[in-house]
Design a protein around this ligand. Sequence first.
Ligand code: OOG
Length: 231
Amino acid sequence: MTDFATALDDALTGVTELTSGSFATDDPYAVQREVVDRRLARGETAVGVKLGLTSRAKMRQMGVHEVIWGRLTDAMRIPDGGTLDLSQRIHAKVEPEVAFLVRGGEIAAVAPALEVIDSRWRDFKFTLPEVIADNTSAAGFVVGNWQPVPEGIDNLGVLLEVGGRVVEIGSTAAILGDPRRAFAEAKRLAGVLRDDWIVLAGAATAAVPVTPGAVVRVEVEKLGTATLKAS
Ligand code: OOG
């Protein structure tokens, strides 16, 4: 176990922050693997992968031209309508997304989804290797109802609501021009996508901070909704 992975795992379990610049690595995905392997060793199960920086706005913000990916475990899953425990997160934000269900390495179904991101880096300030090592800020997710991929999946309207107010408006087109491209990227990057795994395609809008008591809802045209309540 590298010191870097230990520090990230301690920050995760202790709900404490790290400061950008305190560790270096030339293989951030190896550090990420160590961090997630620790979670698996504690009894969590791998349930899929997530893509990050799939929107041009986020890539521009980070000054990068590549997507990043992280690993999902069962402990990150929040049932639709369930509770996000903010006492176990540092400074959580939510993003409206779509999720794909994997069968035979292909897309079997799609669902509206919320991703919870929570950087272990102070103020969400990190370099690209730092966010990759930190499992691309993965901290939770909610998946709505699975359904067949509808016509026009490359341009469905997306609303993010907090407390019944619309706070972000976007389109699935913001996800690499077509969220199916994010699935293809996930397959290429992760190497293998297992049956029943979930692929989170990446944010369709900017991420929004959540505070205790907030009810967060994503609505994707043709797909429906997914909801969480922050406590
Ligand atoms: C990195 C993760 C971003 C997305 O969908 O772009 C992400 C971060 O901004 O903390 O998951």
